[in-house]
Design a protein. Structure first.
Length: 233
């Protein structure tokens, strides 16, 4: 069964172009002309990946992405005609997986779609195949098989990428992991996005684990490391 892609953009020419290239690759494509319709289509069509224009009538891409992330971890690719880095960072903070600036090469766009869908399939396969034993460091317990995290016995709800990032950290305690390595471990080697997505997800993870004994420390000029309480500086 082909993957279903929801394309939300108020520019008919963009939608027509993306529909043509995606259908050539065998994908099923549904379209929305504004943010409200995008949410309606997301809920009714249950797509495998969503493409959101940043500036749309009714609801913008940021708002739609925020609503999607309340119930789903499916890949979200943001489209924008603006090149401001602030927009990219905000998009990542809202939960977007990738960010493409207009004008763009349609074949590069399709490559990004394929890469994000591959990561989704890898994540699902990994969740089905792995039966790892729980990992406990201080008062944090991570159960890879059940995709659960407990802090001092209380469950902490993490998004998919946050969970995978914490897994990488807890499997390498006291190891300084640079952003590129973390991207490869969590997002896959073919990730096209910005390495700053790591900073955004680390910020989210720190907030959710703020009461935990181990801490995620910044290693300046390198990246981050997960430090048990006994080893904290």
């Amino acid at each position: 069964m082909p993957a279903k892609i929801l394309v939300a953009d108020d520019e008919p020419n963009i939608v027509k172009l993306l529909r043509m290239y995606l259908r050539e690759e065998g994908y099923d494509v549904v379209a929305a002309r504004d943010g409200r319709e995008a949410l309606e289509r997301f809920r009714s069509e249950k797509p495998d990946l969503v493409v959101l224009d940043l500036m749309m009538p009714q609801l913008g891409g940021f708002e739609v992405c925020t609503e999607i992330r309340k119930s789903s971890d499916i890949p979200v690719i943001m489209l924008t005609a603006r090149t401001d880095d602030v927009d990219k960072i905000v998009g990542l903070e809202m939960g977007a997986d990738d960010y493409i600036t207009k004008p763009f090469n349609p074949r590069e766009f399709v490559a990004r779609v394929k890469a994000n869908l591959r990561r989704r399939d890898w994540d699902r396969a990994g969740a089905e195949e792995k039966n790892d034993e729980p990992i406990t460091i201080d008062d944090v317990t991570l159960d890879p098989a059940g995709r659960d995290v407990l802090v001092a016995g209380e469950r902490v709800r993490l998004r998919q990428r946050e969970f995978d990032l914490l897994t990488a950290f807890m499997r390498h305690p006291n190891v300084a992991l640079d952003r590129e390595r973390l991207l490869s471990m969590v997002w896959g080697e073919d990730f096209y996005g910005d390495a700053r997505t790591i900073d955004v997800h680390v910020a989210w993870l720190r907030e959710k684990l703020k009461s935990a004994q181990p801490k995620i420390e910044t290693v300046w000029g390198v990246g981050y490391k997960f430090v048990p309480a006994a080893d904290a500086s």
